[in-house]
Design a protein around this ligand. Sequence first.
Ligand SMILES: Cc1ncc(COP(=O)(O)O)c(C=O)c1O
Length: 386
Amino acid sequence: MTKTWKTKLIHPDAHAPEGFESLAPATYRGSTVLFPNATAVQDTWDQYAVGYTYGLYGTPTTLELAARICELENGYRTFITPGGQAAISLINFAFLKSGDHILIPESIYYPNRKFSVEVLQRFGTEVTFYQPTIGGQISSLFQKNTRLVWCESPGSISMEVQDIPAISDAAHKIGTLIILDNTWAAGVYFDAFAHGVDITMQALTKYVGGHSDFLLGSVTVRDEALYQKLGAAHQLLGFAASPDDCSLALRGLKTLAVRLAAIEKSALTLAQWLAARPEIELVLHPSLPSCPGHEFFKRDFTGATGVFSLVFKKQFTKDQVQAFVNNLKLFKIGYSWAGVTSLAVAYDFGPRPGRPAYDHRIVRLNIGLEDTSDLQFDLAQSIAKL
Ligand SMILES: Cc1ncc(COP(=O)(O)O)c(C=O)c1O
């Protein structure tokens, strides 16, 4: 048929040559997905079962990232979400209802805790917080309606490594699901499914991205039944992830191993150096015996990443600890760790019951890719000013 130039804007006859092959995965954007005929039209989220139906459930770029994360975590299937916090809320919305009870460690990422208090409790789900070092004793907290046990290992800021096999053995005896925030281990240094976890989530924002320039999350499941439940919730919550961000995550994956190797070495060197400083009471790095749960780290993990905390001795005031952070030159102050830039954030556990008694003396460091001796010099010059 003949077309005016206006129609050709939408339906061109001009096409680029075919046969392009590249090392970079293509970035497919798209909301509308075309069906071959009228009877093929359907709004089914499970694109593995029926083919592509709608951009909300992922373009090939999104599903490529999902497949790659799933392969690395040895899971059954993975969903990509717009951020790590969305991965957390997706899991909770998919599995919980009014009248259920869940267990959350005191060391959980704070917005995860806040979600349970401010959203789940509002919808009638009961929440109990437990000490992350509880191990198999967790069974003493189980109720008839306990549906999920959240774990995060090591925990946020206080860094307790959890005895996941003991917790999962106890939970599976009463048919309760174990969920793990596997972000610190980047999904590669802790084989969650081999240790009894049912569902993992990661903030891909962190090590997978690795450059502090996007937000994405993942949820990985161990079997088809969990996949079906999560897929239905993912569709209704509308957690679409940007294919452009997914392509950045796919790029990040290519350098994950070398970034992690450099970061692990540098972080451990700095943690050991800090542990020997007279101003420091405690270094909370899972590779050091001073970290609660170090024995589980040695037993269950195959490597360490670059986030750890230090606790100043009791004589240091809040102002001094904050001055230590402010006087750092290379370490920047900011959330969202795991990028190439080193970061420092001071916390105050004083107003947080259930957290260890470190009060205002705890500082979390993210070690980036700067030269280790420059970072050590920076820490030393700031400590010297205390
Ligand atoms: C352990 C952990 N889980 C989840 C998240 C949430 O990820 P996002 O920032 O992508 O929402 C974070 C972010 O800091 C985190 O530290």
